[in-house]
Write a protein that binds this ligand. Structure first.
Ligand SMILES: [Fe+2]
Ligand SMILES: [Fe+2]
Length: 252
């Protein structure tokens, strides 16, 4: 029978109510008592309605996440490519390009963290091909570079933090934190990578449609190649995650 790892140890988690039935009973009785309308008191001030109202107030007072800079003045071929980019639709396209750039860049960092888990000498579940993981990491970095080039072709500034780039950065932060946490296992880090790959696949799908809408056929074809690679990433990460999760369940 294989030994359980730290991540699968049983019996040391004291967070649940079942750990102390007497205290659980007392707590629930107190809450019932305090929430009793006849007593006129509540276990804590306010309710979900107060939070909903507060949120609406903040939303009404909030500025947007940011804005999209206008393309720079260009010459020659770049000018020809950029001249189609006028108006609201072009702003959306540039915003979504910046979003993809931010997420792909974050993806490369995410795989750096997953690779660290894969080569860590914990010696338990490290059964995935690190070279393949590194290939995915490099593909994410390549994708980011390709989007940067596309933005430059259009006269857009790839270093500008657009609203959707800002959003993608915040969204991917949670995934990176999960994979970088030294306590998470390789399987748990791969769960974060799986979420990223699902977002990647959706992201490229949408960007291909937008590029065609904007008459950027060359870009659409480059994005299709990226999507093809993302589908392979998704298949691999899903297979590794399923395999490691299955092995973990057999250990328990
Ligand atoms: Fe990606
Ligand atoms: Fe990917």
């Amino acid at each position: 029978m294989p030994q359980s790892t730290d991540a699968t140890r049983l019996g040391i988690n004291r967070t649940g109510l079942q750990m102390s039935p007497q205290h659980a009973k007392e707590m629930l009785q107190t809450e019932d008592l305090l929430d009793d309308e006849s007593s006129g008191a509540q276990s804590s001030p306010g309710d979900e309605q107060a939070l909903a109202l507060a949120r609406q107030e903040y939303i009404a007072a909030a500025d947007p996440l940011g804005s999209i800079p206008a393309p720079a003045t260009l010459k020659g071929a770049a000018k020809t490519a950029a001249k189609m980019l006028t108006g609201r639709r072009s702003q959306v396209f540039i915003d979504k390009l910046a979003e993809r750039l931010a997420f792909e860049r974050g993806g490369a960092r995410l795989y750096d963290a997953v690779c660290a888990k894969a080569i860590a000498p914990s010696g338990d579940l490290n059964k995935i091909n690190v070279d393949e993981l590194l290939e995915i990491r490099d593909a994410e970095a390549r994708h980011a570079l390709m989007v940067k080039e596309c933005m430059e072709t259009l006269g857009a500034d790839p270093t500008a933090q657009t609203p959707c780039a800002d959003l993608a950065g915040v969204e991917s932060m949670g995934l990176l934190q999960a994979a970088s946490d030294p306590r998470t296992t390789l399987a748990q880090s791969l769960h974060a990578a799986l979420a990223a790959e699902l977002i990647d696949n959706e992201g490229w799908d949408g960007l291909i449609v937008l590029a065609r809408d904007m008459g950027q056929e060359n870009m659409a074809r480059r994005f299709e190649q990226a999507l093809k690679e993302e589908r392979e990433h998704l298949t691999k990460v899903r297979r590794w995650y399923t395999q490691l999760s299955k092995e973990m369940s057999e250990l328990m």
